[in-house]
Design a protein around this ligand. Structure first.
Ligand code: CO8
Length: 379
């Protein structure tokens, strides 16, 4: 492979796979409340004596007010609303079959390849980047590479909510360094298996989805729409306020591998308070490094964890509310999809931009991790 170093790297296509199953807040709350009522009835005596805490009830109104989420998509709905189970029923596949995550990754990848006017033969590297992979090895990315018959190399990376932006940074660097001409990034966010549907505070937060992005040299781009990556910035700070202890040591720790702490859990209030100012500082600093002002940015494709968080960040940046055109929201329909949120927003809300318009793609969440890219529409 002979590669000449390009002057610019572009995002030349994105793809989106939306699972067919929808779970509304009402359905989710009805199942949770039925489970909680049954628990409280079964433990009434102990709860009365103060030996056990009653399970509090959830409400659809609270969910919309506190998060902006109205529904979420599920890769497998079966089992989630069953109060004897409260988790999706996803049958194990044999080693000869395509894994679940590779399957949803492939749907998004094919969509992105089409948008970028590329075939698998054009791709030099595949990166699967998300909050969880369903196994450690072989990498899901290599399975996807194999399924698409792509030459070159592939690897998985995990950065929770910033997995998509951090992978875009790596793709940008590969293309600019000349180590790959064209990179396929995929974010198969299969979140539902890690949601504690018996936890009132977090049962509503997540949805399943897969997104994909093609990053390539500007010289090779033939897509009808593309965005030059002008700059990337990443920042991390350790915090256990968003955490899952699921891991390969559970077996030797001799603990319940399915315990509550092995699922997603958070101190949502603390996250909100600590992350919003970090994002504000991060984005201002990033724009300043290019001599840009807030008003120069036409569109903000922000991470989609919580409507109030996005509104708070926008208020800090703009000193006012943003219109849906300035900072589109997709979490009402998709919920929090870990790293995929800003990419869904970018995928669905970009056609109206004009050549030369500037935009920011940004993620923020567990780690803590914050990632951003400043892009300019070039086609
Ligand atoms: N129904 C009714 N009432 C409720 C419910 C409910 N479902 N849940 C909580 N309440 C109650 C609380 O008990 C509380 O009652 P009281 O005042 O009597 O104590 C009251 O409502 C208010 O509760 P909160 O203070 O918790 O409510 P908030 O307004 O803070 O909203 C949120 C809660 C929505 C969690 C909010 O704090 C938030 O979104 N914070 C930001 C969190 C965030 O962005 N986290 C990042 C998570 S994503 C991430 O990092 C990726 C991880 C990897 C992916 C994982 C995939 C599974």
């Amino acid at each position: 492979m002979s590669i000449t170093k390009p002057n610019s790297a572009v995002i030349s296509g994105t793809g989106l796979f939306t699972p067919e199953h929808v779970i509304t807040n009402e359905e989710l709350v009805a199942a949770y409340n039925a489970w909680a009522n049954r628990y409280n009835d079964a433990h009434a005596e102990k709860i009365k004596k103060g030996k056990l805490k009653a399970k509090p009830l959830s409400s659809a109104e609270f969910i919309v007010k506190a998060s902006g989420i109205e529904q979420r998509f599920a890769y497998v709905k079966d089992g989630i609303l069953d109060i004897d189970r409260m988790r999706p029923r996803i049958p194990e596949r044999s080693e000869a079959e395509l894994s679940d995550q590779a399957e949803i990754a492939l749907h998004a990848a094919r969509d992105a390849l089409k948008a970028a006017n590329k075939t698998p033969a054009d791709i030099d590297a595949v990166v699967v980047s998300c909050a969880y992979t369903q196994r450690s090895y072989p990498a899901i990315a290599i399975e996807v590479q194999n399924a698409l018959e792509i030459e070159g190399f592939a690897f998985d990376m995990l950065v929770a909510c910033s997995a998509a932006t951090f992978a875009l940074h790596r793709a940008y660097e590969m293309v600019m360094a000349g180590t790959a001409r064209c990179v396929l990034l995929i974010n198969p966010e299969l979140t539902s298996p890690q949601v504690n549907y018996q936890d009132r505070d977090s049962h509503f937060i997540f949805g399943d989805v897969a997104t994909a992005t093609i990053v390539e040299s500007m010289d090779t781009c033939t897509a009808s729409q593309s965005y030059e990556i002008l700059s990337t910035r990443a920042e991390t700070r350790f915090s256990s306020n968003v955490r899952s202890n699921m891991g390969y040591l559970s077996r030797v720790n001799d603990v319940d591998p399915f315990g509550e702490d092995k699922l997603f859990h958070q101190n949502g209030r603390r996250v909100f308070k600590e992350v919003c100012p970090m994002v504000d500082r991060h984005l201002r600093g990033h724009l300043q490094s290019l001599g840009l002002a807030i008003k120069d940015i036409k569109r903000w494709w922000l991470h989609q964890a919580n409507i109030n968080m996005n509104q708070m960040i926008i208020q800090r940046l703009f000193g006012r509310k943003a219109s849906p055109e300035e900072a589109p929201i997709i979490l009402d329909c998709y919920a929090n999809t870990a790293s995929a949120g800003s990419i869904i927003a970018f995928h669905l809300h970009q056609d109206d931009l004009a050549v030369g318009d500037l935009g920011v793609i940004s993620s923020f969440g567990a780690g803590y991790s914050i990632g951003s890219l400043i892009v300019r529409k070039c086609r």
